[in-house]
Design a protein around this ligand. Structure first.
Ligand SMILES: Cc1cc2nc3c(=O)[nH]c(=O)nc-3n(C[C@H](O)[C@H](O)[C@H](O)COP(=O)(O)OP(=O)(O)OC[C@H]3O[C@@H](n4cnc5c(N)ncnc54)[C@H](O)[C@@H]3O)c2cc1C
Length: 801
């Protein structure tokens, strides 16, 4: 056995083997995999082996496409069979909402180059003849859907990795992982200790236990899952070709041909978590006892949808556990707080996602960044707030909703409220309708009078439309107030703070008392953040950015740390309020006359009432406004002070729905919509905040200079959309001259301008005022016109004050 290695991958399931293969593919051959038993000894051996591209997250869908296309490559490299059956598949819709979801997915697939299509009931009958189409409106057909041999595929990954120089040690159990002071690891196994520069935790069913060896909590949980294989079925035996896959979300089932019979699995509501107190080390190649009670209702439904099942005998039942993260996506990437420790676990669809996970992780480890935005699977998308008690109900919820329609405005109820600010009870009494961001309760809107206390999930304009309009109008006409709890905030202090910020951020770092906006770039010039930097004194800065991205940002800061600088994540240690609208200055000036002097983009420390605050003169609403930060212990006091003065000026509470409408009036971008690691500064207009004048080799400078010299081919633009009841959400295709030439990054309804607005990336050469395009929203072509003038305060006079 090797005793030193650059990378020790722990776990020989499909995911560990894919990671190992991709490391060699990208050039690292001094890598090894350690498996406590034989390869495939976790969830992998008993998987149904199905694969598909459908995923609510566009980047995940693209990586699933990559995984599926990889199998041919693996077969060619190794000469081994993955047992591929590219039979295609249909996902059924039995109601309008489900059909809307499929239409939206189909639209996204257009610019991703995926050849899916919407088919009607009669075509479904032809494609998938065992389906009873009663009540079915249509389906999404995906020719890429299929299944494979789980064990053969895992061994093909392993062989390809070995051919690239990797070694694999089976019957070798990792018992401890101990970090040396230089950041490398001693991997202690029952066969001896291996010294590794990096560890990858691909422990699957045991990933929790493997993580705990390094002191890490990985938020995942195993769930029991069952599928049934039938005896031969005459109707299947008579078919010319192989029967395609059928996903029936209404019945929470997936079905495919197995031999000359069928195989059907269920995501049943009375589901059961497995091994709540930890996965036993002696669990291996056994299955869980059959449990028909749990799937009784699902089977009854399946008999109606697939009548041939009713008379089919059962050949075998496979009942085994596999792991889920709280949102069902994998947990991949550098584990926050640990050096050289990487996660590749929580992969609930190893045969749809394993290839993409392996590729992204290998790029991250070898090249320092991934080629696309992987936020949806980044292990740091959860923060230190996540606990076992939160993970378990969320995993159950995710399992139960696996086949449910997921709506863009939906707020899932499990494990809530989890984290709240001191305003929670007060705002609840004032009608707050809560959403959740990064574990924290955030008011979406405030229901007044008979406005709805629950926002109905929908792909169309929701029942919160009127309440949102009322809040928007109050801000634009008078003044609105909302909480500032959901900004990520960092305190940067020390004698080297300015120099560090100049290196980390691409933009100008402000002088004391001033605020600036700046992109943060990766070495390849992709956006890593859009920051507001406030200089409180020469060695004290406050950064604000996305709340949900705070752990990812903090990890980045730690990776680029420097002596003489301290960076503290104070996201939950600083809270406060934003007040915005024409009357906001009157309120602030009445409470602290010295604030009357504040100019746009000034920052000042001041006592408001009895509370010490940091006040910034800017607002994401694009209006005259102030951000007022304080210690959470002082927040209620500050609220009383602001509200009692504000009421005299017609102050109204507003929530995130109104905020996202207000920002559209000025075409302000939003993190992970307009601005994300998928895009560069010049593509999104963020390059206007880059300081090419500064004498610093900031991260991403060379890439940004290159873009400056030869501008990218696409450009972010705003459109007024001729929409009726449904606005752009994200990723809708933009058709120009009968071809898909762009896609939307986000959109919504501007209640102020009473217009539907979209932002989209389109070819730079076509980006001219007045360009007329079509945007496909829920299967309907909507005319849209490119606009460049802001819908409110176009000259910025009101915002600047
Ligand atoms: C009934 C069922 C049906 C399924 N159907 C499908 C399907 O159709 N399509 C699909 O894509 N997915 C399916 N899945 C899910 C799929 O099985 C998983 O996504 C996949 O197997 C996860 O692979 P993994 O490599 O992450 O984990 P695992 O397969 O659990 O592998 C982890 C490996 O790590 C090893 N290990 C753990 N700890 C140590 C240690 N300390 N030292 C050394 N080695 C260690 C284990 O022995 C094991 O071999 C199904 C799952 C079940 C249960």
């Amino acid at each position: 056995m090797k005793t030193t290695t650059r990378v020790a991958v722990i776990g020989g399931g499909v995911v560990g083997c894919s990671v190992l293969y991709h490391l060699t593919k990208l050039g690292w051959s001094d890598v090894m995999l350690i498996e406590r038993s034989e390869l495939t000894s976790g969830s992998t051996w008993h998987a149904a082996g199905g694969f598909h591209t459908l995923n609510g997250d566009t980047n995940m869908a693209a990586l699933q496409g990559y995984t599926i296309n990889l199998y041919k490559e693996l077969e060619e490299i190794t000469g081994m069979s993955c047992g591929l059956h590219h039979v295609g598949g249909v996902t059924l819709a039995d109601n309008q909402e489900r059909f809307d979801m499929l239409l939206a997915e189909r639209a996204k697939h257009r610019y991703m180059g995926l050849e899916t299509e919407i088919v009607g009931p009669e075509e479904i009958r032809k494609i998938a003849p065992v389906t009873n189409i009663d009540g079915i409106l249509g389906a999404l057909y995906d020719p890429l859907d299929g299944h494979l041999d789980p064990s053969g595929t895992t061994h093909a990954y392993a062989k390809a990795a070995r051919m690239g120089g990797a070694s694999i040690e089976t019957h070798c159990k990792v018992e401890e992982t101990n970090q040396r002071p230089d950041g490398t690891w001693d991997v202690v196994t029952n066969k001896g200790t291996i010294h590794a520069e990096h560890i990858v935790n691909a422990g699957g069913l045991w990933a929790r236990e493997v993580g705990a060896m390094a002191g890490a909590y990985l938020p995942l949980h195993p769930m029991e899952h069952q599928y049934i294989v039938t005896d031969d079925i005459p109707q299947i035996m008579e078919m010319d070709g192989e029967h395609p896959h059928v996903m029936d979300p209404a019945g929470e089932s997936y079905l495919r041909q197995e031999g000359r019979g069928l195989c059907i699995g269920f995501y049943e509501q009375p589901c059961r978590p497995w091994a709540v107190d930890g996965t036993p080390w002696d669990f291996g190649h056994e299955l869980l006892p059959d449990d028909y009670d749990k799937i009784e209702d699902s089977i009854a439904f399946a008999y109606k949808r697939f009548p041939v099942l009713e008379t089919a005998g059962i050949k075998s039942v496979i009942h085994g556990p596999f792991t889920f993260a709280p949102d069902g996506n994998p947990l991949v990437g550098p584990v926050p707080g640990l050096r050289n420790y990487w996660s590749a676990c929580g992969v609930m669809a190893g045969f749809s996602q394993g290839g993409g996970v392996g590729l992204m992780l290998a790029q991250w480890m070898i090249e320092g960044e991934t080629e696309r935005d992987v936020t949806a699977m980044d292990v740091a998308r959860f923060g230190p707030w996540i606990t076992k008690g939160y993970t378990l109900p969320k995993v159950i919820e995710n399992y139960q909703k696996r086949f449910s329609v997921s709506y863009p405005n939906e707020e899932l109820p499990a494990a809530r409220p989890h984290r709240t600010t001191p305003m929670y009870d007060t705002f609840t009494k004032m009608g707050a309708v809560w959403g959740q961001q990064f574990g924290l309760e955030v008011a979406n809107y405030f229901a007044v009078g008979d406005e709805p206390a629950f926002e109905t999930p929908s792909f169309r304009r929701s029942n919160a439309f009127d309440a949102t309009r009322r809040e928007v109008e109050a801000v634009r006409a008078h003044v609105g107030i909302n909480e500032l709890q959901n900004f990520g905030k960092f305190e940067v202090t020390g004698s080297g703070a300015r120099a560090w910020l100049d290196r980390i951020m691409a933009g100008r770092i402000p002088v004391p008392g001033r605020v600036s906006l700046t992109p943060m770039l990766s070495p390849k010039g992709r956006l890593m953040g859009d920051f507001t930097v406030s200089c409180l004194s020469e060695d004290w800065f406050q950064l604000t950015a996305s709340y949900g991205y705070q752990t990812i940002h903090h990890r980045w800061f730690e990776q680029h740390n420097q002596e003489g600088v301290s960076v503290r994540n104070v996201s939950d240690r600083m809270t406060g309020f934003q007040i915005a609208g024409p009357k906001s200055a009157q309120i602030v000036n009445a409470l602290a006359p010295e604030l009357a002097e504040m100019r746009f983009m000034d920052v000042k420390m001041i006592t408001l009432g009895s509370v010490d605050c940091i006040v910034q003169r800017l607002s994401y609403t694009g209006d005259l406004g102030y951000e007022i930060y304080c210690d959470p212990m002082d927040q209620r006091r500050l609220w009383t002070t602001l509200w009692s003065e504000g009421k005299q000026h017609g102050m109204t509470l507003f929530g995130m729905r109104a905020m996202m409408s207000l920002r559209l009036d000025k075409f302000f971008g939003s993190w992970l919509s307009e601005f994300s690691p998928d895009y560069t500064a010049a593509e999104t207009g963020m390059d206007r905040f880059i300081s090419f004048k500064k004498n610093t080799d900031f991260i991403g400078r060379a890439a940004a200079e290159h873009e400056r010299a030869s501008p990218p081919t696409r450009q972010l633009c705003a459109f007024e959309v001729d929409a009726q009841t449904a606005d752009v959400v994200a990723y809708e295709p933009v058709w120009i001259d009968g071809e898909v030439q762009g896609f939307c990054t986000s959109g919504g309804y501007s209640h102020h301008a009473r217009k539907s607005i979209a932002q989209a990336l389109i070819p730079r050469a076509l980006a001219q005022e007045g360009l007329v395009v079509e945007i496909e929203i829920l299967g309907q072509m909507r005319k849209a016109t490119l606009i460049t003038e802001a819908l409110f305060d176009a000259d910025g006079a009101r915002m600047r004050g």
